[in-house]
Design a protein around this ligand. Structure first.
Ligand code: ABU
Length: 487
């Protein structure tokens, strides 16, 4: 015990080498369009290549550095300009610096005493996001992903109506009713299960042909659920659905919630960033009338996974009363500083990542205007692609996009002209998975596909990365055409 049990000098040398590898393999290659997006390996081959077994003895520096290279080389390059697979993509250098800082600091922003800078940054970032929602006051916390933010909303809504549920649980509550659209995120169902409300008590409200909740259907569902003896509690409207990018009509939904005294939550995990664009913020008209909002800057703002803000209009301390337990080893009331800055007890988590830092540093780097410009560039890129899809033979839109989700089918030559045959849609449903397999094996790009309701598998193209150029979008369509030509 007389000497440190860690070789600090060797550790620093190792890290320097790792940083070099990170810059070359992780940053440069990840953003280089001439590199592959992914290097597909079958799982067993990958297990063997990575030599995953953990042994009794450690390995030398060189071997470990090679392992770091392999992790980067054999992983999917989500920062690549031809990675379109998820609602997140791209690599922002400033935000990445924020992630490095967060990892290096290795602290939890639960108390000011262990994370003074990070607590104040979180406070500032949450206040700016609330301001964009249209609230001059309120509360909030970062959560580990949009699903958890949505669950926090459900929990706080139940607590506001039934404060005793915190101590007594669900057993003497009436049967509750939660409402969300058919196109809402699956986390609403998961949240209902996790909170003991029950998935049967989530009522999925019908949507129109664009995937937007129909307010009249919401009203009908609320009436029906009331007539059955349940107690409607919570409505989740979606601003930017996962597949179609639909925005529910918030003002009309807010009117209904006000009439019935229901909590209105807006899941704006995907579409919230449109609030930064003067051209697009109308899509969320009425969001200021909600009680809570989920907004994931790790999606459209390219902040990096994960960064999910749960925003609350209430400023009476509801979040603290709902989740706070006041552990005496963290949240001592007799500290020498302003203990209202020990914000961690508002969260059901204890250890928590400081997800505000990377957004703060990105915001400092590009400003509010720069963030808005990114959203508009993504929208403009989608418009360009839309025009190309309309012009090219064999491409068929699922619908005109309202936002950044461009959904379309590719009809190979062998199926063209057979649209009225009974097998056409079954056969078309097999095209997107077949093209996707070929593109992943080739490593040229990645894009998502899914069926939706009665619509068979179609591609959902998402552009969030400002590094994506017209050439990348032309390549994207050429590649689908080439990979699907002989199907
Ligand atoms: N939270 C939904 C994300 C799924 C996707 O990236 O498509």
């Amino acid at each position: 015990l007389d000497d440190p049990g860690l070789d600090i000098a060797a550790g620093q040398e190792f890290l320097q080498e790792v940083f070099q590898i990170l810059l070359e393999e992780g940053v440069q290659k990840s953003t280089d369009v001439t590199q592959k997006v992914c290097e597909w390996k079958e799982p067993q081959e990958l297990r063997e290549l990575m030599d995953l077994e953990l042994r009794s003895d450690g390995e030398g520096q060189e071997r470990l550095l090679q392992r770091c290279r392999d992790v980067l080389r054999l992983s999917v390059r989500t920062g690549h300009p031809r990675f379109f697979n998820q609602l997140f993509s791209g690599l922002d250098h400033h935000a990445l610096a924020g992630r490095f800082l967060t990892e290096t600091l290795n602290t939890s922003p639960y108390t000011y005493e262990v994370a003074p800078v990070l607590v104040l940054m979180e406070e500032q970032v949450l206040a700016k996001l609330r301001e964009l929602v249209g609230w001059s006051s309120g509360d909030g916390i970062f959560a580990p992903g949009g699903s958890m933010s949505n669950m926090l909303a459900m929990n706080v809504a139940r607590f506001r109506r039934f404060p005793e549920s915190r101590s007594r649980g669900n057993w003497d509550l009436p049967r509750l009713g939660l409402f969300a659209s058919q196109e809402s995120h699956y986390s609403i169902l998961k949240g209902a299960a996790l909170l003991g409300i029950g998935t049967d008590n989530v009522h999925l409200v019908r949507t129109d042909e664009r995937g937007k909740m129909i307010p009249e259907e919401l009203e009908k569902e609320i009436q029906r659920v009331k007539a059955e003896g349940s107690e409607p509690l919570f409505v989740c409207a979606t601003s930017g659905t996962t597949v179609l990018g639909a925005f529910d009509p918030l003002d009309a939904i807010a009117d209904i919630c006000a009439r019935h005294g229901l909590w209105l939550h807006v899941d704006a995990a995907w579409g919230g960033s449109a609030l930064l664009s003067p051209q697009l913020h109308h899509l969320l008209a009425g969001i200021h009338r909600s009680d809570s909002v989920t907004w994931n800057p790790h999606k459209l703002l390219m902040v990096g996974l994960q960064c999910s803000a749960f925003l609350l209009h209430d400023s009476s301390g509801l979040l603290q009363r709902c989740h706070g337990v006041g552990a005496s080893y963290l949240f001592q009331r007799d500290k020498f500083y302003d203990v209202s800055l020990d914000t961690g007890d508002k969260s059901p988590q204890c250890g928590r990542r400081a997800d505000g830092l990377k957004l703060w540093i990105l915001w400092k780097a590009v400003g509010t205007r720069g963030l808005g410009w990114r959203v508009e560039r993504a929208f403009a890129a989608t418009r360009y692609l839309l025009e190309q899809v309309k012009r090219r033979e064999g491409f068929q839109l699922v619908m005109e996009p309202e936002f950044i989700n461009l959904c379309f089918w590719f009809i190979p030559p062998s199926l063209r002209g057979q649209e009225s045959s009974p097998e056409f849609w079954d056969k078309l449903g097999k095209v997107a998975p077949a093209i996707k397999e070929k593109m992943i094996r080739r490593g040229s790009m990645m894009v998502g596909y899914q069926p939706l309701g009665s619509r068979v598998n179609f591609f959902r193209q998402i552009i969030t990365n400002p590094a994506v150029t017209r050439q990348d979008l032309d390549f994207f369509l050429d590649e689908i055409q080439e990979l699907g030509w002989d199907l």
